[in-house]
Write a protein of this length. Structure first.
Length: 315
């Protein structure tokens, strides 16, 4: 389909994620770690608007130039996952044109919530619709997996168990709604550095990647808690192997966790590679109270809920 026959633009929205559970295995020769994780997509979104163009370009809406880990720190060249997603789709389908991508970011940058992966998933869906390439969901998933471990999940959303590098997904039954309060930080953490710090910590402490609780199977209590829809049960089983590394790099995160628990959250963990802290709350009213308490303490706190759908075209 030519650009002239295509829609002028396509708007796609994709969610950020929380790792309810994240077990990390040892580092493989290819540099990746085996993972066993449970993703939950939450109501904090990235919006990508794809507009027909002759070449490839990208812009960030609302860039403040603050250099504080916000949109101004997001690359607009081939380092950007959304740009790479568009070019990957063009190469895979033989599309000869281009696209302009406008990113409207709400997920914290370098915050451990998969914002860049959501951009990539949204770009795949938007360009597929814009160009009329008509790929199947399975083919889009295959392309998403080539871009990063979190991209396939952002494509599908909901709640899912991820294995391998996190890109082998199986839907997980999650009843009802889970309410979360997210505390964001001014400065992000580098995911590769957090993983490297975990490897160093394990080497120094003599920990083995297959020692409990570092199993690469998602524990049954986590899945049972999701099926039951009981936030108390889920709070008791949440876990993140990367938390120790994130806390070593940013000890102040431990203070935030303590503040959230004192405010009434059921549990709090580092989200993914951090530094965003995710607090699970009993219900929407409790989450609103915890959010207010943390904001009064000077924290940047957001109330979100999950699970929500993955990347989808907005009417």
């Amino acid at each position: 389909m030519s650009i002239a026959q295509s829609p002028a633009s396509v708007h796609v929205r994709a969610p950020g994620k929380i790792n309810v559970y994240l077990g990390v295995g040892g580092r493989h020769e290819d540099g990746y770690h085996a993972l066993a994780t449970v993703f939950q997509a939450v109501s904090l979104y990235e919006d990508v608007i794809a507009t027909a163009a002759d070449d490839f370009s990208l812009s960030i809406a609302g860039s403040s130039g603050a250099g504080d880990g916000g949109p101004s720190d997001v690359p607009v060249d081939d380092r950007n996952l959304a740009m790479r997603a568009a070019k990957l789709l063009a190469g895979a389908t033989g599309f000869a044109g281009g696209v302009h991508l406008e990113l409207r970011k709400s997920v914290p940058v370098a915050g451990g919530m998969g914002g860049g992966s959501a951009d990539a998933a949204a770009a795949l869906v938007a360009c597929d619709a814009l160009w009329g390439t008509g790929l199947s969901t399975q083919r889009l998933h295959e392309l998403a997996a080539r871009l990063g471990a979190d991209v396939p999940f952002a494509l599908h959303g909901g709640t899912a168990v991820g294995t391998g590098r996190g890109d082998h997904l199986n839907p997980a039954l999650a009843r009802g709604r889970f309410d979360w309060v997210l505390v964001t930080s001014e400065h992000g953490l580098s995911t590769p550095e957090v993983y490297a710090r975990l490897d160093s910590h394990r080497a120094e402490s003599g920990a083995l990647a297959d020692d409990p609780p570092l199993s690469l199977d998602v524990p049954i209590p986590v899945l049972q808690a999701l099926r039951s829809g009981d936030p108390h049960s889920l709070a008791a089983s949440m876990f993140n192997d990367l938390e120790v590394s994130a806390l070593l790099q940013c000890p102040a995160l431990d203070d935030i966790i303590s503040e959230g628990l004192r405010a009434g959250a059921l549990s709090g963990i580092v989200s993914g590679s951090g530094p965003t802290i995710a607090f699970l709350c009993e219900n929407p009213e409790s989450a609103q109270y915890v959010q207010t308490q943390l904001q009064d303490a000077g924290r940047s706190a957001l109330h979100v809920h999950g699970p929500v759908p993955g990347a989808r075209i907005m009417s």
